[in-house]
Design a protein around this ligand. Structure first.
Ligand code: NAD
Length: 258
């Protein structure tokens, strides 16, 4: 099995990387950074996202396992103190593959992918656009921007914006306003909208000074862009699930203190 360990550079993560690496070599796994079949991430959710983007054009041949070394790791199934358990689970070869669809945004000839979200934001000048759903006019939006989250990303930026947390096996897109302007002249839905997975959302307007964000990455849009389309992609990220961590357990351990 070809593998790569994508790790944060702090001391605890680097030590865990060495222990895991030694164990994998004993199992006759072969390290291959360019063409891995299995990518272990050591860090948190941000590290997992960075590893996924490193292999964004090879996702069909790579599966991911997250190990968290900090306090938060919503989607990491193991902690760095559980490397032995992880290696035992690998030896058993008893696992499921969970596939999570990415969001994609088409801007002119470019396609951007996001696992958590795709967002369009213009924090200093009002962003204005017409929102179309499946090519039908829906509303005019004015404000700082719009965030489109997957169910996977519903616990990330979407949640901070007041969007709903959505259980992982429900495939949909959440559209949420970022500081929408609402008064008696302009009025938009002003509420998160959960769309069934087959819908396609088009934004038409001026994207001058706007930025498209896709997970931790972003790109400044050209002044001549006047439309972009967002939909749930056919492309997926694959996670190896060797232990069952219930979704509500993930929620409890990350967000709830009794
Ligand atoms: P980061 O790596 O520092 O992560 C920011 C926070 O988001 C961390 O607490 C991380 O654990 C959490 N997070 C990321 N993905 C998550 C998920 N799917 N479920 C639950 N928590 C999650 O931030 P970054 O590198 O700038 O961006 C990575 C992601 O962080 C973005 O995709 C965005 O969703 C999120 N983020 C959130 C905010 C916010 O909530 N105000 C701001 C910036 C970024």
């Amino acid at each position: 099995m070809r593998y790569f360990i994508f790790s944060k550079n702090d001391k605890r993560s680097s030590e865990a990387k060495k222990i895991l690496n030694d164990n994998l070599l004993k199992l006759e796994f072969e390290e291959d950074e360019n063409n891995p079949e299995l990518v272990f991430t050591i860090g948190g959710d941000g590290t997992l996202l960075r590893a996924i983007h490193k292999y964004i054009y090879k996702l069909e041949q790579v599966s991911f396992i997250g190990i968290h070394s900090g306090k938060l790791g919503f989607y990491c199934d193991y902690t760095i103190d559980e490397i032995d358990a992880l290696v035992d689970d690998l030896k058993r070869q008893d696992y499921k593959i969970e596939k999570i669809h990415l969001l994609q945004a088409q801007v002119e000839n470019e396609i951007y992918y996001g696992l958590n979200e795709i967002r369009i934001e213009s924090p200093f000048t009002t962003f204005r656009c017409l929102i179309k759903i499946d090519n039908q006019n829906f509303e005019h939006f004015r404000g700082n921007g719009l965030n489109f989250a997957t169910t996977f990303g519903s616990t990330a930026y979407n949640r901070s914006l007041g969007g709903p947390v959505i259980e992982n096996n429900l495939e949909c897109i959440v559209m949420q306003e970022v500081a929408g302007i609402n008064h008696n002249i302009y009025h938009s839905l002003n509420s998160p909208l959960v769309l069934e997975k087959s819908h396609q959302i088009t934004l038409e307007g001026s994207f001058k000074r706007a930025v498209i964000g896709f997970d931790h990455r972003y790109h400044e849009l050209n002044d001549d862009v006047n439309s972009l389309t967002i939909l749930l992609s056919e492309r997926c990220v694959q996670f190896i699930r060797m232990r069952q961590v219930a979704y509500f357990e993930r929620l409890k351990r990350s967000f709830i203190t009794d």
